[in-house]
Design a protein. Structure first.
Length: 450
């Protein structure tokens, strides 16, 4: 087939009233990524020359979300149907001569392969005027129907409200997604009327107009899951569940062990190596990379972190953005790491906060240790050298450097640098007063009884 330029029109003008939210419907996230961005990520694989997003209310939110992506926004106001919505993109595509994909911002999981299939079918030997993406849901409900012959040639497309009982019995439904040549698309849209039950300008009407001109259109099919739309919080949760199930299955197929898969939650960009073990109730936020042989114990929370091979995390650990765990390092229960790097074999086994820090290879950070990295205005770094030992319940007041092999005594508040191989103890002297406790109790009992 002859390669032609490609443009995409993404319809996102729906008001999303069923979401009951101040956030634009297509910006609600699934797996840590707005649903619109899932769609655009798949679209990018086709390298469209132009992309136009048609928006109604909430334009400012979409402009902010799409800044720097080279995407044009146009407004549909008033909203008079899908055909009218596509028409609003005509000016933005002025001078464009090629294929146009029509997508929906609230149908986020259409694959690049399916998009490519629509465009390729448009260049079939029968030269269809348009190609429609159809699907067969378990419950056709109120979807528009596609009446087609065995070859995929469309005989009729009809909205449910306007369909006869015989047409409603057809199981092939219209997803709304379509491909057409730019010249055909806008010329046909100019002829669409709103003579229907809803008084709207329907995009599928271009198929019947082209057919009347002697230009048939075609339908290709995909699974219902791929074209599931999201219009409510319940549907958002259902698509999150479905996405997570697919991602868990992929993780296990790629060599990770999930002890209780249904309790592990991934983000869209989570990367797991082989022989990674993930215990129950682990949450991966965006930006996490886990290399081979890592063990992540239960109830741990990771976001924006990298974990090198052989490391161990948790249980009940929190890795925040900028956390980097070196090979065979370990952070244990109730340890929080933020913008800090642990070298190979370094350990913080429990009850510790490490923020804005560099912990050298083989260093051991005792329970209850914190890096005091913030003075209310600025952040400061803590450097802990290789093989250093930080005693329990120590506070390291940044900026501060603990030299290689140094030891910090338990309970110390360290405010100055510690030389390599030195011992630093910074705590009040212990004082003992023999018999004081007994005298104190006697006085207090007398006071209470009196």
């Amino acid at each position: 087939m002859t390669q032609r330029s490609l443009a995409a029109i993404v319809l996102a003008a729906g008001k999303g009233t069923r979401m009951k939210s101040g956030l634009h419907k297509v910006l609600h996230p699934i797996a840590g990524r707005p649903m619109l961005m899932h769609l655009l990520a798949s679209l990018e694989a086709l390298a469209p020359e132009r992309t136009v997003v048609v928006v109604g209310s909430g334009r400012e939110q979409l402009e902010k979300a799409l800044v720097g992506r080279g995407i044009d926004l146009v407004v549909q106001d008033p909203q008079l149907g899908t055909g009218h919505a596509v028409q609003q993109a005509e000016a933005a595509l002025a001078g464009f001569d090629g294929d146009v994909l029509i997508l929906y911002g609230d149908v986020p999981f259409v694959s690049a392969a399916t998009m490519r299939g629509l465009v390729e079918r448009l260049h079939g030997d029968d030269d269809p005027a348009a190609v429609v993406l159809g699907f067969r849901p378990a419950d056709p409900a109120a979807y528009g129907r596609v009446v087609a012959d065995a070859s995929g040639r469309i005989r009729k497309m009809v909205e449910y409200k306007d369909a006869s009982a015989e047409e409603r019995a057809v199981t092939l439904c219209n997803s709304g997604l379509m491909a057409a040549g730019s010249r055909d698309l806008f010329a046909l849209l100019a002829r669409v009327t709103n003579d229907n039950a809803a008084g709207e300008y329907y995009l599928p009407d271009i198929v019947m107009l082209a057919d009347a001109d002697g230009r048939p259109s075609a339908v290709i099919e995909t699974g219902a899951d791929e074209v599931a739309g999201i219009n409510s919080r319940a549907e958002l949760a259902e698509q999150e569940r479905a996405w997570q199930q697919r991602r868990r299955a992929r993780a296990m197929a790629d060599g990770a062990t999930l002890i209780e898969p249904e309790t592990v939650w991934f983000s869209y960009d989570t990367k797991l190596g082989r022989d990674v073990t993930v215990e129950p109730n682990v949450w991966f936020g965006p930006g996490v990379t886990v290399e081979d042989g890592v063990v992540i114990h239960g109830f741990s929370h990771l976001e924006g972190a990298s974990v090198a091979s052989g490391a161990e995390v948790g249980p009940f650990a929190r890795l925040r953005p900028g956390a980097e765990l070196g090979r065979k390092s370990k952070v244990g229960n109730f340890v929080e790491v933020k913008k800090a790097r642990l070298g190979e074999g370094a350990k913080a086994n429990h009850l510790t906060y490490l923020g804005d820090a560099e912990i050298g290879a083989g260093a051991n950070v005792g329970a209850g240790t914190i890096t005091c990295n913030y003075d209310g205005f600025f952040k400061y770094r803590t450097e802990i050298g290789e093989g250093a030992f930080i005693g329990s319940n120590s506070a390291l007041v940044a900026p501060v450097t603990i030299g290689a092999g140094a030891i910090v005594g338990a309970g110390s508040v360290i405010t100055s640098d510690v030389e390599s191989q030195a011992l630093a103890v910074a705590r009040g002297e212990q004082e003992a007063k023999p018999g004081w406790a007994a005298r104190f109790r006697a006085v207090m009992r007398a006071r209470k009884s009196g």
